[in-house]
Write a protein that binds this ligand. Sequence first.
Ligand SMILES: Cc1cc2nc3c(=O)[nH]c(=O)nc-3n(C[C@H](O)[C@H](O)[C@H](O)COP(=O)(O)OP(=O)(O)OC[C@H]3O[C@@H](n4cnc5c(N)ncnc54)[C@H](O)[C@@H]3O)c2cc1C
Length: 270
Amino acid sequence: MPHVHTPEAEALLDHEFRVLDQGFVRLVDYMGSDERIVAAARVSYGKGTKTVRENEVLINYLMRHEHTSPLEQVVLTFHVKLPIFVARQWIRHRTARVNEISGRYSVMKDDFYLPSEETLRTQSTINKQGRDEKPVTQEAAKRIISEMEAGQREAYGRYESMLGEDLAREVARIGLPLSLYTEWYWQIDLHNLFHFLKLRLDAHAQWEIQQYAQVMAKITKAVAPMAYAAFERYQLNEVKFSQETVEWLRANVPRDRDLPLELRERLDVK
Ligand SMILES: Cc1cc2nc3c(=O)[nH]c(=O)nc-3n(C[C@H](O)[C@H](O)[C@H](O)COP(=O)(O)OP(=O)(O)OC[C@H]3O[C@@H](n4cnc5c(N)ncnc54)[C@H](O)[C@@H]3O)c2cc1C
């Protein structure tokens, strides 16, 4: 099979999608698409049929049964500019290959993330890690943003003056705040990218990283549209049941009903 290209993904290549105030996501390159997934899967399942509809059925089957290794045959490389506090959450996804700008080698640019007024919310009382629906007052928002900006300016001014004294860059940078933007190349296969997207598109993820995940979801959909649809169906929008809930459902859902296949399987309905 020759290189697989999708026109939708080709159109996105190299385009900088703006995220937050100064960040971006850019699809640098990709390898494979839906066709590569089915070709790899057919190594294990035999040649079989090859219509578009049957490819779709096969991809859905793979996703539903968590036969995920064919998805690993598709690889995407992103260039991302992101604040360091977002990068710290992102880097926890260990299955990617990363190359980040070096603050030891380069002078860090004066690029800091400043949240917009609308995103400033009070501390959530339900979710200890999150923010509430309730916005801070407009007056407080303006003051907080201007205080953040002043702190960033001061920190960067000190950084520059330390560099001016010929202090090594690797030491001078240690006083720079988490809102400083960094950049990296991030390469990952489709299976692990779906895992990243599931966790970071979720409402429990920090709002800022969600913004990146949303852009990357659109790019991923362009690269492998059938696989993305199957991801939405079987991973992103799935609902997990605990043992207790399954037991309750087994005891209470009428067996004579025309139940969907997945529910029949979970409830051992013949
Ligand atoms: C809403 C939210 C809140 C979070 N809060 C915190 C927090 O407060 N503190 C904190 O420290 N982290 C926090 N995290 C990070 C979280 O615990 C995970 O580290 C992160 O989401 C990456 O997930 P992962 O390990 O499944 O992904 P990956 O690292 O991409 O791993 C993918 C899969 O491979 C497996 N894997 C990868 N490497 C190994 C390995 N070496 N050994 C065994 N299995 C491996 C993983 O188990 C996983 O199934 C949070 C994440 C989210 C989404």
